[in-house]
Design a protein around this ligand. Structure first.
Ligand SMILES: [Zn+2]
Length: 347
């Protein structure tokens, strides 16, 4: 089998992808102009570099990346902007062979930049565009409670999102500054979400240490961990992940660009895999990181081999919050793609 062949053909699953982070660069430039906002954001005001319309997604390190994500979020101001974001996302996902996705969206960030935004209307606009992908792909939503706005705001968001299960909300997620806003602040919003039948996932161990990962699992009941890289610093935390079978959503390019993983070291997903953790692969904010889920799969296939890539995609199917029948269909699609490739390479 030619290297890269599996990555091209294998069905793809999004478990760690921020919808806002898929905004095409040209659309970002267009929306920013439409709303009269800059391509760069600083909390103290638009000072310094105006940003380059030819390459608006240039940044260095985690701090600048978070400001870039903020700038992108600020360019999205109306439900119709979010509808366009979702429509273009669907086109790009289907073109890559994505069959299923649970996507992060960040309503607290939307409202921060546009307090008068009607969040339910915006969620409706997104959900209705995502549903156009059916039956080729199913997309659901995991709204982010966003650490940086604190516990009370997180609780408000959890309450609002629990009323939006009709808009394909299946759970809540937690992103943002994990050092200044640790897991223990969000125990109540997560307990509330769980009591409403929502699934719980959290970013952890991207910037924070192993304890941040353990707290996300043990205090918040996170069913999957975004990144989790720093768990490797503590064998007891790895043991918790292995014994609970908590999947890790690993995003190789993102981890290098934000500094979560050093560029001159092999990416530690192979270590997690070897230690018995459930590894899955994703793209995080693919447009902002100049990558795509297809590209991340290719990277993994060329580094760890087709067998590892196939295992990680199987892990991803099992790690979804899809119905048993949907998982069965996904397994069959994956088996078919793998069998076809083997036939082709042996004929
Ligand atoms: Zn993320």
């Amino acid at each position: 089998m030619a290297l890269g062949a599996l990555a091209r053909r294998i069905p793809k699953i999004y478990l760690h992808c921020h919808l806002e982070g898929t905004l095409r660069p040209a659309t970002f430039v267009e929306l920013a102009a439409k709303h009269g906002v800059g391509l760069r954001y600083r909390p103290e005001g638009d000072t310094g570099s105006p940003g380059d319309p030819a390459d608006p997604y240039r940044f260095e390190g985690m701090g600048e990346f978070l400001y870039l994500f903020a700038a992108v979020s600020r360019s999205l101001r109306e439900p119709s902007d979010y509808a366009r974001l979702a429509a273009e996302f669907v086109d790009d996902a289907l073109a890559q062979g994505v069959i299923y996705g649970e996507l992060f969206v960040s309503p607290p960030v939307w409202s921060f930049f546009n307090p008068s935004l009607d969040v339910r209307l915006t969620m409706e606009a997104i959900a209705s565009e995502l549903r156009r992908a059916r039956p080729r792909a199913i997309f659901r939503l995991l709204p982010d409670l966003t650490r940086n706005f604190g516990e009370a705001r997180a609780m408000e968001t959890a309450r609002a999102m629990a009323t939006m299960t009709d808009l394909d909300v299946v759970g809540v997620s937690l992103g943002g500054d994990e050092v200044r806003f640790p897991a223990r602040l969000f125990v109540e919003p997560f307990a509330y979400a769980r009591s409403q039948g929502l699934h719980c996932v959290a970013h952890a161990g991207e910037v924070g240490g192993a304890a941040s990962v353990r707290d996300a699992v043990e205090l918040l009941g996170a069913e999957r961990i975004g990144h989790g890289i720093r768990a490797l610093d503590d064998p007891r935390t790895v043991e918790v992940l292995v014994s609970r079978g908590t999947p890790l959503e690993i995003c190789p390019t993102s981890n290098r660009l934000t500094g979560a993983v050093l560029t001159d070291h092999p990416h530690p997903y192979v270590d997690f895999d070897r230690l018995g953790c459930v590894v899955t692969i994703d793209s995080d904010d693919p447009a902002l990181f100049h990558t795509s889920i297809a590209r991340e799969y290719e990277l993994v296939e060329s580094t760890a081999g087709p067998g590892a890539l196939e295992r990680y995609v199987r892990n991803a199917i099992e790690a979804t919050f899809a119905q048993p029948i949907e998982k069965q269909v996904m397994r069959a699609q994956l088996d078919e793609a793998v069998a076809e490739l083997h036939e082709r390479s042996s004929s």
